[in-house]
Design a protein. Structure first.
Lengths: 347, 386
């Protein structure tokens, strides 16, 4: 049975999430009166009404993207922290973010990458869709590499270092591409690195929604394994858990969640590492059966809040999402950690 | 500046007219054989009228060129250009001393237009990347095999430049390689034409290049002609009471890269008698705004210019379905400067437009006020086909 305090916290978080979602549809970089937003939502949109475009094709998909991305990154972060028993782990410890960056760099910076561009065009991809495809390909490439090497070791810490090394090596290749590219392309590259929930249109949502949802559902089915792993691998084994397999599936699942979000939204660094700590602090518990739903809710709230803040504070100009998440998020994490009685960056 | 030159010329007439007959014109090739301290070696002079970032001051055997913002931290850059065959001045503080007229130059692709206009492309011996070049004069020059690539991988290859010893290396300002090259004995000057806020101001930097060639006579004529045509086109555009609303730029990842309200693009739109939707923006280059902000501003714009990378209108919405929010897209008024874009990615617009704002303006007036330009043959612009 769920303790009443926990149930109350989860209910409160769900309410806050709903409010955050509504806020991010009502507020944006331009000012639309609430009545106008409701009007536009209620009536079928016309092609020539700019307000309808803003609400239906920009704010709604953006809010949904923020919610899904925030939840996905936070859950993946929780999985990695538990798996590696390391409070600093995030969805990208196995190098998928670097892999995605490399794929995107090839397409965006494209010096001498005529072949890459041609490939994109032959697949009927251009612009943002090509970037997403390249990011997915890069992330998968690195993941396969790390997993195949780590199959030779049973030590989790070794896998962690392997992922880190692979990430560094791939980042070095990105640096080479950056050094060799033209200024106007660098601008697009920098844009991608800022992170953004605005690039997911309804068309791309048809991929993004199922991919993140499946990943989240898969993660939900691993709570028992994660709880067992919390107590150490030997204990987990004595409980009858196939540790190797559990570790492998969790790592792949978490990395894929991170990779999908990076592909669609750019590298978003802070949420995955911070949200699990906030939730442990709020709930005073490390039980994944309650932590996981809390992480989904807080992840969604944090991403929506960061999204809305970046637009409202920027007033038309775009403040990088990555700057907002860390700038406003870091103090929140510190406060929650210091106030929570356990105070520990629980594992 | 006018004053200074008038005084100098006056002194010349009053003081030296009897002793020395001034040379027929500036020395365009080679050095002077004997140095006469009383002679004005630059009878042909250039005057800066529109460029805000550039000044020139004439002395008898040298010129002092000041670039107010050379993108290096610190005071304005002072270049002392000394006539070959005359001694360098001892008392002038200089960021760089250059012996003129120069015999060879390494320059970026956007700086080559002046050399083409002055018909002095034989001086060009180095460019960042050959595949960025297009157009008949440049391809002919490259075919001679005398043009080296100095930044084929994006970074200036300082060893190559130092070994080639050009008489002048023209940078775009603020690059770390500038100081390294100077230490290696290569004269480096910064061409920051891209910081000018008007197209004419930017075009006037053709004089900056001409100063190193002693080609003042030719460049004054060239620029005056450009300016006259530009003003005539501007007057013609303003005769139309109708001022269409114009948006400029392209989107990326839910954002939109606009031309700043203080950029030369915004100035060109205003001179073509258009209303730029971001005219109140403060940026002088480009700026990034949220796509939502762009839709709020530009949904009803009549004309969309300076996007690019699309071969037809279907490409636009394939890249970003929300482009359909723009009226200019729905009414098929999307124009790009890619008429001369080559499969290699080279675009003559980039090498030639900087010194030809008159041609850019003619295209823009042709787009914004087609009735004023019947039968206009577009130089660079192209309407994105359906």
């Amino acid at each position: 049975m769920m303790r009443p305090r926990v149930a109350l916290v989860l209910f409160g978080l769900a309410m806050i999430l709903a409010v955050a979602f509504v806020m991010s549809v009502v507020f944006g970089s331009t000012r639309l009166p609430l009545r106008r937003v409701v009007e536009v939502l209620a009536s079928p949109s016309t092609e020539a009404d700019p307000d309808a475009w803003v609400v239906w094709s920009i704010r709604l998909p953006r809010a949904l993207t923020a919610l899904l991305a925030g939840a996905a990154l936070s859950v993946a972060g929780l999985q990695m922290q538990t798996l590696f028993r390391n409070p600093l782990a995030d969805p990208f410890v196995l190098g998928v973010s670097a892999g995605a960056s490399f794929g995107v760099a090839l397409v965006v910076l494209g010096t001498g990458a005529g072949a890459t561009v041609a490939l994109g065009q032959s697949l009927g991809l251009s612009g943002d869709a090509a970037i997403t495809a390249a990011a997915v390909a890069g992330a998968f490439g690195v993941l396969v590499l790390v997993m195949s090497v780590s199959a030779r070791t049973s030590n989790a810490a070794t896998v962690l270092v392997l992922g880190l090394m692979c990430g560094y090596a791939v980042s070095a290749l990105v640096t080479v591409l950056v050094a060799a590219s033209q200024p106007e392309r660098l601008q697009q590259w920098a844009q991608w690195g800022f992170g953004s929930f605005s690039g997911v249109t309804w068309q791309r949502m048809q991929l993004f929604f199922p991919m993140t949802s499946v990943g989240l559902l898969a993660a939900a089915s691993t709570t028992k394994q994660l709880n067992a792993l919390l107590l150490g691998e030997n204990y987990a084994r004595s409980m009858g858990l196939a540790v190797r397999r559990a570790r492998l599936t969790t790592m792949v699942g978490a990395s894929l969640l991170g990779a999908v979000v990076t592909a669609f939204c750019g590298p978003i660094a802070f949420l995955g590492i911070a949200v699990p700590h906030v939730c442990r602090g709020l709930l005073g518990s490390s039980d994944h059966r309650v932590l996981l739903p809390a992480v989904v809710l807080v992840g969604g709230i944090a991403a929506l809040a960061a999204q809305t803040l970046s637009l409202v504070l920027g007033s038309g100009r775009v403040l990088p999402l990555n700057a907002i998440t860390a700038l406003f998020g870091a103090p929140v994490v510190v406060i929650v950690l210091l106030r929570s009685r356990s105070g520990a960056c629980g594992r | 500046m006018h004053c200074l030159v008038v005084i100098a010329a006056g002194a010349l007439v009053a003081g030296f007219a009897e002793t020395e007959v001034p040379a027929a014109g500036n020395v365009i090739n080679g050095c002077v054989s004997t140095f006469d301290v009383t002679e004005d070696y630059f009878p042909d002079k250039a005057f800066i009228e529109d460029a805000g970032n550039l000044r020139v001051e004439y002395h008898r055997s040298y010129k002092v060129v000041t670039v107010t913002d050379g993108r290096a931290a610190g005071p304005p850059e002072r270049y002392v250009l000394v006539q070959c065959g005359t001694p360098p001045p001892r008392h002038e503080r200089a960021t760089q001393i250059v012996t003129i007229p120069i015999g060879s130059i390494f320059a970026s692709s956007t700086q080559l237009s002046a050399l083409i206009d002055l018909e002095r492309l034989e001086l060009l011996t180095g460019v960042p990347r050959i595949r960025d070049l297009s157009g008949e004069p440049l391809t002919r020059r490259v075919a001679t095999g005398r043009v080296r690539e100095f930044a084929a991988r994006g970074v200036v290859d300082v060893e190559l430049v130092a070994s080639q010893r050009p008489s002048l290396f023209m940078s775009s300002g603020g690059s770390g390689s500038d100081a390294v090259l100077r230490n290696a004995g290569v004269p480096v000057v910064a061409n920051t034409d891209w910081l000018e806020s008007t197209a004419l101001g930017r075009a006037e930097w053709m004089k900056f290049i001409a100063l190193f060639l002693n080609e003042e006579l030719k460049v004054q004529r060239l620029f005056d002609a450009v300016k006259t045509r530009y003003h005539a086109l501007r007057a013609r555009a303003r005769s139309d009471a109708n001022q269409p609303r114009v948006m400029a730029g392209r989107g990326t990842n839910g954002m939109f890269v606009i031309a700043g309200g203080r950029s030369y693009v915004a100035a060109l739109i205003a001179d073509a008698a258009g209303q730029y939707v971001w005219a109140d923006n403060q940026a002088s280059g480009t700026a990034v705004v949220d796509l939502e902000a762009q839709i709020a501003r530009a949904a009803n714009a009549d004309i969309w210019i300076n996007g690019g990378g699309w071969s037809n209108l279907a490409d636009l919405v394939r890249q970003e379905p929300r482009y359909a929010a723009f009226k200019a897209f729905r009414t098929r008024q999307v124009w790009v400067y890619e008429r001369l874009l080559e499969p290699s990615g080279a675009n003559e617009y980039w090498t030639r437009s900087s010194t030809h704002p008159d041609l850019v303006l003619a295209d823009l007036v042709g787009i914004l006020h087609p009735e004023l330009m019947p039968g206009h043959r577009f130089e660079w612009y192209l309407r994105v086909p359906q």
